[in-house]
Design a protein. Structure first.
Lengths: 816, 109
């Protein structure tokens, strides 16, 4: 006997289910479909090519009208089911059709998330879900005006690329720091952003949409930081959620989606659900492969095979934007039991990462070159033991089975006219020729004679291999101490390449310089953060998660986890009001220890982290700002009382110390910088063991630097004598800037000076006026962005999360 | 297991941590660059440093006091150091985070 099968929804999943069903059990059911959309079943995945104009709608139809007729299906187009009557076993459409069923399949798919910001309902705000949305976007695109796409995930980027190729000026807003963060690690997200931007699409990450405004239709989008982006079209592509309302209203079990068992059956044995609206084993799915698997299972079940069961599977993600190759699969998070193999080819824009556990692939991210995606997917699915081919695994399938790689062999095989140094156009023959003819034995010699590797340095490895090939053991590569285990490059190389290659974010550095870990370590991240802050003061967004705790919360952590707070006392000078304010804070917060520091200021110790903003608020009321006692930056300028009071004083050392401190506070440096100004050679401010010190004399200001009084004890070197206070300030600032630009992270001035040479520093700062002025100007520019009191920022609410526990739990139970 | 809601995923910064105060001391809830979430005692096995304040890299954290590196997955010190902190089960449901508090109570008992 023929049973009546009714299907709500006409998307790809039920379409595929019917194909299987007709194959397995032809004639078993009389099928009726209700489709809310007024059309046949089409390939929703191909909407992006329709939007970009690469395909027409007719080309993406899966089942034409003829297929429905041939299979005796009644298809109600444009009929939305408004109720399911489970007692009567009927469904009712919005056009008044009541249809009885023996078996019902719910395939209502999903609905797009609408961010409930003001203006989300203005005309011109669209979602990206079906053909109607695409047609509305195409209509809007005819204006060639500005579009904003909210959401930098798969759908959002495809929409952006489509609108862009239709001639619109497109901006993508993404709330997370990197694009497609669910599928891609930050490194691949960075590459993707670069590729998207190269097409002329603007990308704003960490963009928090606050409102969409306009009189009668969309005119602009406003972000929480005040940015305003004009737009005539806004596409919301922030995500989807299962469309389970109908099922829920009918009293069917619904969690996130319609809850079904592994046989796709809901808690009503005659009602099945599949597709994006279904939740199986607590998971909902949005990619086509698992949805087709659901279709296969549901068809078998309907055909009477009750053993058919859905099994979870990972599905690779691919971005369907022409020219961007991207592949992501499985679990690519890091972990102790996991190992990763990373291949980065900066020049080719290729990034590949395999995540392994027990010699088996569990996750893959490929960018730029995805041809081996299918192979990696296969290895993962079959859980193939890859230990045999581990060394060459990342190079892909075509590399397997061959001889193991000898990096020297590849270089040796290069023809003489192969270009080695792209910056200076130097070929292999010229380098090997010069090495032989001139008897060169060091890299610097080769750089001097051929210019190879003398610009960006990215070919240094190749040049070194050529030297080994040409002169063998006579070449002894200078051992560069790598920054950390994540790279083979030393600090100096990294700093040079950051400038040479215009690298402006940590992921950019890690990608372009071929870091071997995906997100660095506690050694390289703070260093990179400093280098980027120093080199791009106006452009780089400080990454607080890459700073040590002291700099992140602007206080000094103590051994018991409490903090100490040191307000700035300019030049060590204070007054009754300030001291009173400190005394009040100490009383109010019951601060257990107050101590005068070696840098002429007052330290309050033992403050609980949660109290820090309140302590700063009170100190701020009295005019105090952060003393940066925690910073790799300018700490104190210690002074003596100078000519104002002292009978030996030659200049106003106190006033000058205050002036230096007010000029230079807030600047970040490779390591801490402590200064002092003494009013006469008796040197009461102990300026001759400081990073930078000044000894005032009758004839002017003697500038000292590179002293140490910590692990090492070292008297300062004399930089030189200048006549006026203005001159002295310019020299000190220029010297500090030179150190900021050249120093290695955590390298104090005295170590830097030893490495660079005292003579060279004197030459650049004392003798070369132009250079000195340039250093000075760069410092002044950078101060524009650095001189913000971090305490008052935090009193006004910045980084609130740092100072509060996320939750307090379990205290009630404890009281019992 | 007794799952206690402690907040949402977005409460914890990427490559960062937040604390949960409990009668037995603080628990640090970590979120990695790739949105894995872990919870461990906020107490370094070396000298009791607050691990929640350290730099998070991969699935590990470097203690802010003396740079011990602790695995967030196993709670064990990595590298040459030896020691371990207790790990606390975490469950993510959509955006919401839960930790297993019963594990705590059993320690107290």
């Amino acid at each position: 006997m023929t049973e009546k099968l009714v299907i709500i929804g006409n998307g790809m999943a039920p379409g595929r289910m019917l194909e299987h069903l007709f194959e397995q059990a032809p004639g078993l059911y009389q099928v009726t479909i209700f489709n809310a959309e007024p059309r046949v079943n089409y390939d929703r995945i191909m909407l992006s090519p329709v939007l970009s104009g690469e395909k027409a709608f007719e080309e993406i139809i899966i089942h034409g009208d003829g297929w429905y007729i041939a299979n005796g299906i009644t298809l109600y187009k444009g009929h939305k089911i408004v109720a399911i009557d489970r007692a009567a076993k009927t469904v009712i459409s919005d056009h008044g059709v009541t249809e009885p069923y023996d078996k019902l399949v719910i395939a209502t798919g999903s609905v797009p998330f609408i961010i409930p910001v003001p203006g989300h309902d203005l005309p011109g705000v669209l979602t990206y879900r079906d053909l109607d949305d695409v047609q509305a976007m195409l209509l809007a695109a005819q204006s060639r005006a500005k579009a904003v796409v909210i959401g930098g995930g798969l759908l959002g980027l495809e929409a952006a690329a489509g609108l862009n190729s239709q001639g619109m000026d497109v901006t993508v807003l993404h709330v997370m720091p990197t694009l497609m963060e669910r599928q891609l690690d930050p490194a691949a997200g960075y590459l993707l952003q670069r590729a998207v931007e190269q097409r002329g699409i603007k990308v704003i990450t960490k963009a928090n949409t606050q409102a969409i405004t306009g009189k009668s239709k969309v005119e602009q989008v406003e972000l929480a930081d005040g940015t305003i982006i004009p737009a005539t079209l806004v596409v919301m592509a922030v995500g989807i959620r299962p469309n389970a309302t109908l099922a829920k209203d009918a009293g069917i079990a619904v969690n996130r989606g319609i809850v079904v068992d592994a046989g796709m059956r809901s808690n009503d044995p005659d009602i099945y659900a599949l597709g994006e609206c279904a939740e199986v084993n607590g998971q909902v799915y949005g990619l086509v492969a698992p949805l087709y698997e659901m279709a296969r299972v549901a068809a078998s079940q309907l055909a009477g095979n009750e053993a058919a069961a859905f099994v979870h599977m990972d599905t690779p993600t691919k971005l369907k934007v022409t020219g961007i190759e991207l592949f992501s699969l499985g679990d690519f998070a890091e972990g102790e039991d996991r190992q990763e193999i990373v291949l980065r080819d900066a020049a080719a824009g290729v990034y590949k990462r395999l995540v392994l556990r027990d010699d088996r692939i569990i996750g893959t991210v490929l960018y730029g070159e995805t041809a081996d995606g299918a192979w990696f997917n296969d290895l993962k699915k079959k859980q193939t033991d890859i230990s045999e081919m581990r060394d060459t695994l990342i190079f892909g399938q075509s590399y397997q089975g061959g001889a193991s790689l000898d990096p020297m062999a590849a270089v040796a095989a290069l023809p003489d006219d192969a270009e080695i140094c792209g910056c200076n156009g130097v070929c292999k023959g010229k380098i090997t020729g010069a090495i032989t003819a001139k008897g060169l034995t060091s890299l610097d010699d080769v750089r001097a004679h051929t210019k190879a590797s003398a610009s960006c340095g990215s070919c240094t490895g190749l040049v070194e291999k050529l030297m080994v090939l040409t002169i063998g053991d006579k070449y002894n590569p200078a051992a560069v101490q790598p920054m950390c285990g994540c790279t083979t490059l030393g600090h100096d190389e990294v700093r040079r390449l950051i400038k040479a290659k215009d690298l402006k974010t940590i992921p950019a550095v890690m990608q372009e310089l071929e870091w071997t870990t995906s997100c660095g370590c506690a050694k390289c991240r703070p260093a990179l953060n400093y280098y980027l802050v120093c080199d791009w003061p106006d452009e780089y967004a400080d990454d607080y998660q890459s700073r040590f705790i002291n700099e992140r919360v602007h206080a000094n952590i103590q051994k018991d986890g409490t903090y100490s707070v040191v307000p700035r006392m300019w030049g060590g000078v204070t007054n009754a009001a300030e001291l009173r304010a400190i005394a009040d804070v100490v009383d109010k917060f019951e601060i257990p220890m107050v101590k005068v520091t070696g840098g002429q200021r007052i330290d309050m110790l033992g403050i609980r982290k949660e109290d820090l903003p309140a302590v700063w608020a009170d100190l701020g009321q009295a005019g105090f700002v952060s003393g940066h006692a925690y910073a790799k930056g300018l700490r104190t300028v210690k002074t003596c009382v100078g000519s104002d009071w002292c009978r030996f004083g030659t200049q106003d050392s106190t006033g000058f110390g205050v002036r230096i401190e007010k000029f230079m506070w807030g600047s970040w440096t490779p390591a801490k910088v402590k200064m002092a100004v003494s009013g006469c050679p008796r040197n009461c401010a102990e300026a001759t063991c400081k990073d930078v010190g000044v000894i005032c004399v009758d004839s002017g200001y003697e500038i000292h630097f590179a002293g140490a009084a910590g692990l090492d004890i070292k008297g300062t070197e004399v930089l030189g004598l200048v006549k006026t206070e203005d001159d002295a300030l310019e020299h000190i600032v220029a010297l500090t800037q030179m150190y900021r630009e050249q120093g290695r992270y955590l390298e104090r001035i005295y170590k830097w000076a030893k490495r660079i040479g005292i003579a060279e520093i004197k030459r650049q700062i004392m003798d070369d006026g132009e250079k000195r002025k340039a250093y000075f100007d760069r410092f002044v520019f950078s101060q524009k962005f650095a001189q913000v009191d971090p305490w008052s920022e935090r009193v006004s609410g910045k980084d609130k999360h740092e100072f509060r526990p996320m939750a307090s739990v379990g205290f009630a139970q404890a009281a019992e | 297991m007794n799952w206690i809601a402690v907040g949402t995923l977005s409460d914890v910064p990427r490559r960062g941590a937040r604390c949960v105060a409990t009668p037995q001391g603080k628990i640090a809830v970590f979120r990695t660059a790739e949105d894995q979430v872990f919870a461990i005692e906020d107490h370094c096995p070396h000298k009791g440093g607050p691990l929640s304040q350290g730099i998070v890299h991969g699935a590990a954290v470097t203690c802010p006091l003396h740079n011990w590196v602790i695995s967030l997955e196993t709670g064990k010190a990595l590298g040459a150091d030896e020691g371990a902190v207790r790990t606390i089960p975490v469950r993510i449901e959509g955006e919401r985070l839960f930790i297993a508090l019963e594990a705590l109570a059993s320690r107290a008992a």
